[in-house]
Design a protein around this ligand. Sequence first.
Ligand code: HEC
Length: 161
Amino acid sequence: MDPLTRPRPILIRLAIALLGPLLLALLFLACGREENAARPEAPAPPPAPVAEAPAPPAPPKAEPASAETRATYQWYCAQCHGVKGKGNGINAKWLTVPPRDHTKAEYLETRTDQQLFDAIQQGGLAVGRAPCMPRWGDTLDEKTIHALVRYIRELCECEAI
Ligand code: HEC
């Protein structure tokens, strides 16, 4: 009999009949396992909120200068420093050293609040500046001078760096 057409022995046929479904079952199992294996690799859970440093609160915005501070500036400073602080007051052209432009951040950034305070309280000479910046310590109290420093920071839209 032709070996190809000869009926296979029963055991082999049984084996083939069983092996097919078995392989399929294995494949499913494997896939299932793969799925299970993949699960732990899923994107790591977001870090616990405790670990995250809380965003620092925005620094409190400085209060804009009060009407009183602006009036003080207009009364005592504007004749030299200008109505808008641009250093072009009515008196400016008579001074040997031009009054400081209070809107210029490039310069004012290089001065600390304390230096500005001292310049106003004790005059230009006290901080190594021209004496035509008068001293105001006898006219204005410290609170007013601090407020003027804040106002100048508002004019230059700058802080000491
Ligand atoms: C008589 C004119 C005059 C008046 C009034 C005047 N200043 Fe000045 N001020 C000057 C001059 C001039 C300078 C520049 C000094 C320099 O650069 O050497 C100056 C500089 C300054 C500076 C910068 C100091 C620095 O570190 O360079 C500040 C701040 C200032 N004035 C604040 C004031 C304030 C506030 C008032 C009002 C209370 C005032 N000034 C009134 C003339 C004046």
